[in-house]
Write a protein that binds this ligand. Structure first.
Ligand SMILES: [Cu+2]
Length: 461
């Protein structure tokens, strides 16, 4: 945990370094945004009463932030929520001081305060940003938005580059965010807080405008607190996956895409005239969640739909350092006691007194729980065993990792991603080169699980 004083010194040093354009930002374009977080009345569809959300710039999802690979992104963030928060840039291989994790890499941004996030963008892809303090509540109330990095750009995405930002809301009979369920241990010990309405791009059952023919890129982002979403277009053509968690991959086909919380997948659609509706297909009955409507005949060209593939080869693992992570806890689990704040406690006591339910290696995780300390440049294998009765969407901050997985089809293959959805009982190896210095969070992105113990810090120094 870093103290406020230490941080202030660090931020002044950072400011001096960054305000010196000659040494730091030479030849780089600084892309500037302002985000203001505050409570806002919002309409999910035309015929519904307003719902009070916590939004960035009154927008749901928050405003699209775009930059080009090689730019410096600067976001002046002002908090007018009435309680402290921070912003995390999910999937960005960030400077540690800009990663937005309270108590680890920055102090909380209090109400009325402004914090300037400023960092270089080194990779194209589909990312997102979201609140990282009490994320189980702040993200559920709407504090998130898409972040898209391209190779070249005229301040907005092309008309063939389409966002599909999905969220799962728990809305009560008064059409408001269900507040009573925040902190509900039943949710926290099971799958997390599930919603009852699915929004796409901030609307219930929207009509997504697309050009009437020609190729398209669809960028899916699952911003749900806890719900795993499966999408299909339900026509006989299979889906062409071209990117996973922001990283371009060699095109491959699949029938549906499954997205754990925080995961992203980009699809290439060969001809937009084939697109009719989008379905969520987790349940037996497919649920239509959006329609595509064609607007006009477009004769623009189709440039830049696919980012060049940067090869991220799985390195030889002979010299790798192994870190074992045994995930335990939750309902129907095998955790009877765990160490919390230096003291061994029974699970019942942990749950009732501290709302703690999940553990790594027998320790209730927290922002100040260090899973491991590794040397800069080490090749690391996190041997992760999900020894619980629930799936978990495991996210590593600060870097992507390779994981040999069966998530698309029956054959195991390596994917390079920042969030991996683990089945109950699954053992997986997360492989990464620890070449980004700092304290990096590793946690479940089912946000209620993180809040109740499923998280810790891997320090790279
Ligand atoms: Cu989890």
């Amino acid at each position: 945990m870093i103290g406020r004083r230490k941080f202030l010194n660090l931020s002044i040093a950072t400011f001096i370094m960054m305000s010196s354009k000659e040494t730091y930002a030479e030849g780089k374009i600084i892309k500037r945004y302002k985000l203001v977080a505050k409570p806002t009345d919002y309409s999910f569809s035309n015929n519904q009463n307003l719902t009070n959300l916590w939004l960035l710039n009154n927008s749901c999802p928050g405003p699209l932030i775009t930059a080009e690979k090689g730019d410096i992104l600067e976001v002046e963030f002002t908090n007018l929520l009435g309680e402290p928060t921070t912003l995390h840039w999910h999937g960005i291989r960030n400077l540690n001081s800009m990663d937005g994790v309270p108590y680890v890499s920055q102090p909380l941004v209090e109400t009325g305060e402004t914090f300037v996030y400023r960092f270089p963008i080194n990779e194209t892809g589909t990312y997102w940003y979201h609140a990282h303090n009490k994320a189980w509540e702040h993200v559920a109330r709407g504090l998130y938005g898409p972040l898209i990095i391209t190779n070249n750009l005229n301040n907005s995405l092309g008309r063939r580059d389409i966002l599909v930002v999905a969220d799962d809301w728990l809305i009560n009979e008064n059409n408001q965010v269900d507040e009573e369920s925040f902190g509900n241990l039943m949710h926290w010990s099971h799958a997390g807080r599930y919603g009852n309405r699915l929004s796409i791009n901030g609307q219930f059952s929207p009509k997504i405008e697309i050009p009437s023919y020609g190729p398209l890129r669809l960028r899916f982002i699952n911003t749900s607190n806890a719900r795993i979403l499966s999408f299909s277009l339900l026509n006989k053509n299979s889906l062409n996956v071209i990117s996973i968690d922001g990283i371009s991959c060699k095109l491959f086909k699949t029938q549906k895409i499954v997205l754990g919380p925080a995961q992203r997948v980009d699809l290439l659609i060969e001809d937009s005239s084939q697109l009719k509706s989008l379905f969520e297909v987790s349940n037996k009955e497919p649920l239509k969640v959006a329609d595509f409507i064609t607007t006009d005949l477009v004769i623009e060209d189709h440039l830049n739909l696919i980012d060049p593939i940067v090869h991220h080869e799985v390195p030889p693992l002979t010299s790798a350092k192994i870190i074992e992570i045994h995930m335990q806890g939750g309902a129907m689990g095998n955790l009877s006691s765990a160490i919390f704040e230096g003291e061994k406690k029974e699970l019942r006591e942990l749950a009732l007194d501290n709302s703690k339910l999940w553990a790594f290696n027998g320790h209730i995780g927290n922002y100040d729980f260090q899973i491991a300390k590794v040397n800069l440049g080490d090749l690391i294998i996190l041997k992760v065993w999900n020894d619980t009765n629930w799936p978990h969407s495991m996210h590593l901050h600060g870097q992507h990792f390779w994981v040999n997985s069966q998530e698309f089809g029956s054959e195991k293959r390596y994917f390079f991603r920042d969030t991996y959805l683990m089945d109950r009982g699954e053992k997986a190896e997360f492989i990464f080169k620890a070449d980004n210095p700092g304290d990096w969070l590793f946690h479940c992105h089912m946000l209620e699980h993180h809040a109740s113990g499923m998280g810790g810090v891997i320090s790279v120094a």
